[in-house]
Structures are given as C-alpha cells and as structure tokens.
Design a protein around this ligand. Sequence first.
Ligand code: FAD
Ligand code: NAD
Length: 476
Amino acid sequence: PDDQFHPDSNKKTLVVLGTGWGSVALLKKLDTENYNVVVVSPRNYFLFTPLLPSCTTGNIEHRSIMEPVRQILRSKKASAMYYEAECTHIDAERKVIKISDNSDIKGDVHVTEVPYDLLVVGVGAENATFGIPGVRENSCFLKEIKDAQAIRTKIMDCVETAGFKDQKPEEVSRLMHMVVVGGGPTGVEFAGELRDFFDEDIKKLVPEIADSFKVTLVEALPNVLPMFSKQLIDYTESTFKEEHIEIMTKTMVKNVTDKYIEAEITRPDGKKELTRIPYGLLVWATGNALRPLVKDLMSQIPAQKDSRRGLAVNEYLVVQGARDIWAVGDCAVAGYAPTAQVASQEGAFLARLFNNMAKTEALESKIQELSSTLNVQPGNSAEIAKEIESTERQLRRVKDIKPFHYSHQGSLAYIGSEKAVADVAWLNGNLASGGKLTYLFWRSAYLSMCFSPRNRVLVALDWVKAKVYGRDVSRE
Ligand code: FAD
Ligand code: NAD
C-alpha cells in the first residue's frame, strides 16, 4: 500500500538517486511541476565537500556546510517526495528500484520498491582501498561528515594520549605522527589544515608535545596534485617543506596495521625498498571506487561490460545500453574528472534536458489537439494552421538540445599556512597562481559557491570565530 505517495497519473515519475553535487544541481534547476519527482538518498542533506577538510580541525563547524534536502525541495514550485533510504537494487527490466532504510531507527516497513519512468543515478563513489589489507579497519576516510568528525576526535585523542603520564618518547612520536596516504587534492588540503591546527592552536595549548608533532604525506606517484601545472606542484611541494610537512613520493602503501603502515619506496636507482611507518592517526585519501549499486547495475547491462570506472554514458548522459536511465557525477563516466564542478554541470544539463522533454510533450499534444480542431472547425482553418506552424517552430527550437559540454572553470586547492594554488581559465588562457592572494581568492570563491546564503553566513562566522578564539580542542 502506498499511502504517502500519490503520483499524478498524467505525469511521468522521475526518480533521482542521491543528494550530492550532481543530483542537487538537477533538482535546483528542474521544473518539478512536470514530473512526479521522487528523491532517494541515505543522506538527507547536501554536503559542500570543498570545505570538508576544514571541518576535520574545527576551522569550520560541519553543520555550516550542510543544507537539508527538505529545505531544497521546499523551494520548488511543485512538491517532490523524499525518502531517506539507500537504493539497493535497480531492476532495469521492470523499471523499479528497491530501497532500504539503513538508518538506526527503522519502522515496520524498511524495505520497499519505487517504480520509475525516468531514473537518474547520482550516487557518487566509495573510497578506494585497492584491497590493501587493514585500510578499512585502521584508517579514517575523508568523504562524509562522519569522517571529518571522526578525524577531529582522533587528532585530539592522539594529542591527549601522547600527553599521558609516563608515556615513552618513542610512543609519543608514534602518536604524534599524522600520516596521510594519497597526494591528490583531498590529502594535500587535509595535510595543510592539520598543520595549521597544530601551529595555530595545539602547539600553544599542549606545548609538551610540540616537538613530536609531524605530518607525512605518502604518494605512490612521483609528485602530488597531478591535475595541477608543474609550477604549482613545485610551489606546493616547497610550501610543504617550509611547513614541515614531509612528502614521501614514489611510496606505495601495501599493508596497514593498527600502529604502522608498510610501504614500498622506489629509490632513484629504481630499487624497491620496504619501509615501516608508525602512526597515531592515518587518513586514507586515495580516490574513488565504484559503489555496489553501480556495479550491480553495470552487471545487468551488456553494453557496460568494458566500463571499469563507472556507468558509461553517452553525450546526453544516458547510461549506455539502458532504457530511461541517466547518470551524473562520480558514478558516471563521461570523459571528465570526478569533481563537484563536473557533477554540478551534468546535473544542471539534465534539468534542462528533462524540462525540454516535458515541453516537447506539451507542444506535441498541443499540435495534435490543434490538428483535430482543424477538421471540426474548417472556418478557422487559416488561423489554426498558423498556430500549428508557430507551435511546430517552437517545438523544433525546444527539441534542438545540444549534447553535454563541460566547461572547466579551473582547479583550486588550499595548501596550508594561508596559501592556496589555483589553475584557472582566464581570458582564453590559463592562469596559474599560488600564495596568499590566491588564498583570499580561494576563500571568496568557496564562500560564493556555498549552497545557500545561510551556509555562507555560517562559514564566514566560523572563520571569524576560529581566528578570534582559536579552534576548539575539546575532544567529543
Ligand atoms: P556525491 O556528492 O558524493 O553524492 C552522492 C550522493 O548519493 C550522496 O547524497 C549519497 O548519500 C548518495 N548515495 C550513496 N549511495 C546511495 C544509494 N545506494 N542510493 C541512493 N543514494 C545514495 N570537487 C571539486 O570540484 N572541487 C573541490 O574543491 C572538491 N573538494 C573535495 C573535497 C573532498 C574532501 C572530497 C571528498 C571531494 C571533493 N571534491 C571536489 C569532489 C566532489 O566532492 C565530488 O566529485 C562530488 O561530490 C561528486 O558529486 P556526486 O553527486 O557524483 O556524488
Ligand atoms: P585522487 O584520485 O585525486 O588522488 C589519490 C592519490 O592517491 C593519487 O595521486 C594516487 O597516486 C594515490 N595513491 C593511490 N593508492 C596509493 C597507495 N597505495 N599508496 C600511496 N598513494 C596512493 O583522490 P582525491 O584527492 O580523493 O580526489 C578525488 C576527486 O575529487 C578528484 O577528482 C579530485 O580532483 C577531486 N577533489 C578536488 C579537490 C579540489 O579541487 N580542491 C579537492 C578534493 C578532491
């Protein structure tokens, strides 16, 4: 029995999976009155991920970068349903999805099905571990709010444990060794934030451990931030040196235990050497892997057989080999990097596409209606024929929707001690810059990109609060 959701039988049901960058950009621009819109996501808020690394140290409070999906949907012209649930299976044949409430509190019904006419998959990705033993059990990821909270708690736990009476120096060094694996932007930004936290707050409040605090960034490739220009990679690496963040490149982690990692270092002469690195806190940021739901859908579609990194989509973001299924963001492979910038442009594109599809249907039925009146009202035929012609013109315009085209606005990353790096598109060229001025640009760019004015005010207040009073070192 479906006692909450009464779809209008004249409209198609559009089901949107996820409340991340891709899905929310779609919902923002979608004319919801054209469809029965159903949103399914285990997370009842949108998360502004670019500022997540700042939440790990309390520079920004996590609720400042969350926007409730209920708030987002409330501002829409026609209401849309939201179910807090995970989609566990997509039955592409029957056009239904299976959803499951995996939160702590469950009602009598916690597993059910939702039928769809059109489906958008925007479920993002999981953290890649490459099957390396011990990663899941011993490290923190940095993808969701709960990850940032766990890191914030663990940093202070390490500090307080290191300060425990009679702790041996070797153990203090281990506890104060913060290791970050993955030199992509997530790892780099987190390492920078962590160093700031230590330099600006922890060092003053817990001076006895000051000499032991150390941050190490471990990267398998020869350099960090591969998506940035050589000049900015060098700038980041030299800034990290000044900040006393050690970068270990050409170092591939192979095994993780609760107290140390084992990594293979490739020496300049090509020789490989295994090393053991003790740590107190380990943050794992080695990029994306496929979600089980995405793997499951891909396994149902023969055309997805050769796709490895996600759902292969065509230039209209239609999942190759599937009927009425589109994909956006990190779970889709459209030939772009898995970034928020790409996901949000894809979401906005799909909104235009669906708005146009609805308009097309409305215009087509208007033409049909006019044509039938033409037969019964021959007296008005000239007028009706004119209207048909103008509607057909409109229809051609609406139908002529260009394929998705990504427009890259640039890459930005915070690297600590009030410095940032930016590769931005500028007057048909590229502008690479790094330093304090870029940091101000980074701050204003991210502030302006925050989801709502409320988020903007909260983030700005958090920055002021942290500057004036310092970050809160209480361990929750
Ligand atoms: P997500 O935003 O991850 O959203 C996925 C949604 O799907 C979530 O709501 C999730 O709860 C939901 N979901 C998951 N499983 C299911 C399921 N089974 N059923 C239904 N719903 C499900 N990119 C940039 O361009 N610039 C940046 O500065 C930047 N900074 C980043 C910082 C960090 C720390 C991280 C982790 C990423 C950053 N990114 C940045 C990358 C960016 O966040 C991602 O590319 C972006 O979130 C992808 O959007 P998405 O909609 O595909 O997925
Ligand atoms: P990433 O994929 O960009 O980087 C992961 C890094 O981990 C790689 O450099 C890889 O060589 C390294 N690695 C993998 N396995 C390893 C191992 N066993 N040992 C050592 N190193 C290993 O991942 P990310 O930084 O999480 O970013 C994910 C996506 O989100 C990217 O598309 C990125 O551009 C985007 N993002 C952007 C920003 C920004 O623009 N400021 C911030 C965060 C994330």
